[in-house]
Design a protein. Sequence first.
Length: 246
Amino acid sequence: MSEMGRLDGKVVVVTGASKGIGKAIAFAFAAADAKVVLAARTRETLEQVAEELRVGGVSNPDSILAVPTDVTNVDAVKQLIQRTLDVYQHVDILINNAGIGHFGPVVDFDPDDWDAVLNSNLKAVYLCAKYALPSMLEQGSGQIINVLSIAAKVAFQASSAYCAAKAGALALTKVLASEVRQQNIRVTAVLPGSVHTPFWDDVPEHPDFEQMLTPEHVADTVVSVCQQPSGMVTEEIVVMPPLGIL
């Protein structure tokens, strides 16, 4: 039986880490003794998560770093990666998780909302990967996990921008994997179904929360992918509620 990869001491950058899936992923990596860099837009919320992690039993409080970041902004992403390198010298794992949703039929959809959804769910994946990759290429190893959505493959009414962004991010993931696999960098797309997170707060009609996945389900999946033996790679994984698409 192959030995599972160890995560202790690995430097993990998690975007969208202030709530929901991103927060759960940060806690899961901290529990595995990784060094976790938290990135999200709101400084106050991000610092609260960092403090929760530091007092929640991590072996070394210095293994948690909070960097307020707008992942749609080139300079902000550069600063996120540079801050990580200044503190920890390298990046081992990048978790692209940040993203927003605006919903409505195409005929009524505001162009500014369209741009915002595409920027946060697609452009941000490209930017974070672009600026994290040089450290991985230099050390000859690394892992990028893009947390997307089943919406990358399934069309949902009133979700044109969201579905288009996630489908684009899935295509980007496949292209990136083909570009860096020879350099020992693993790239994975994780596609969850409905997850009970604050994402649904502004959605008036939504599935039954009790039937949804939890953020911890997705976090456990992400960590398990990173713990797989070095001689293999999972390039795409779909994680669904037991009842399927809700």
